[in-house]
Design a protein around this ligand. Structure first.
Ligand SMILES: Cc1cc2nc3c(=O)[nH]c(=O)nc-3n(C[C@H](O)[C@H](O)[C@H](O)COP(=O)(O)O)c2cc1C
Length: 208
């Protein structure tokens, strides 16, 4: 099995949010896919470790928002590297609320899909939730962010909970504040994290 073959799969980047009782949360995913058009359905693959998974299992509703190519890395860092068990991820961003009460970020978002779960598949580490789209709208006339652009141009990385995580990403220096990995043999003294703007002293060496 040549693991590099998986790098040839293409994805977009999204924030998946949900609410259950008074708990609002969301996380970054790259696994939103339109699976049918009539009815329109979207599937998402969510790690069982993610708080978002626990909430969707209970609420059976979710919102998928597609990120813009211009998305701020701080947004991705907040929703992709922190857990809603520890922080309120929404507090620093502009948000809106769907008719069924789900909060979603409106900054750097190009489109919004409101979904109700009609099926789910237990994949061991992850759950695939299939949602029927009950509402969809465009928020901005901007290009959507792709996984490739996020990695190649924005120099973003992927944490272990993402299905597309690869151990080959794990070398260089990891920012202990936001999780960003800088692939380099050494960091200059004036190095600043491109995601959270911390200095070199916050970076730890990883991999070989
Ligand atoms: C680029 C990127 C892609 C990701 N894709 C997924 C994904 O498809 N599924 C998933 O479960 N987690 C994915 N994650 C990881 C979650 O966003 C991350 O574990 C998050 O902290 C979970 O937050 P929660 O505990 O509040 O739900 C991805 C993260 C990044 C940065």
């Amino acid at each position: 099995l040549d693991k590099k073959a998986f790098f040839k799969l293409s994805y977009g980047l999204y924030i998946l949010s949900t609410c259950w009782q008074d708990k609002q949360n969301g996380c970054v995913i790259n696994t939103a896919v339109q699976v049918t058009s009539s009815p329109a359905c979207i599937s998402v693959a969510v790690s069982k470790d993610n708080y978002t998974n626990e909430l969707i299992k209970n609420s059976k509703v979710f919102v998928v928002t597609a990120l813009s190519k211009n998305a701020d890395m701080k947004l991705i860092s907040e929703f992709g590297f922190k857990s809603g068990r520890d922080v309120d991820k929404f507090k620093s961003f502009n948000t809106n609320i769907t008719e069924n009460g789900i909060k979603y970020v409106t900054d750097d978002i190009v489109s919004v899909f409101n979904c109700k779960v009609i099926n789910s598949v237990d994949m061991g580490t992850h759950t695939i939730f299939v949602g029927e789209v009950t509402d969809a709208k465009i928020l901005r006339d901007e290009e959507a962010l792709t996984y490739e652009y996020y990695h190649k141009v924005k120099k973003g990385t992927t944490p272990k909970n993402a299905p597309s995580y690869s151990e080959t990403e794990e070398y260089g220096f990891r920012c202990s504040v936001c999780g960003h990995i800088e692939k380099a043999e050494a960091l200059p003294d004036d190095f600043i994290c491109p995601v959270c703007k911390q200095g070199k002293d916050k970076f730890v060496k990883i991999g070989s």
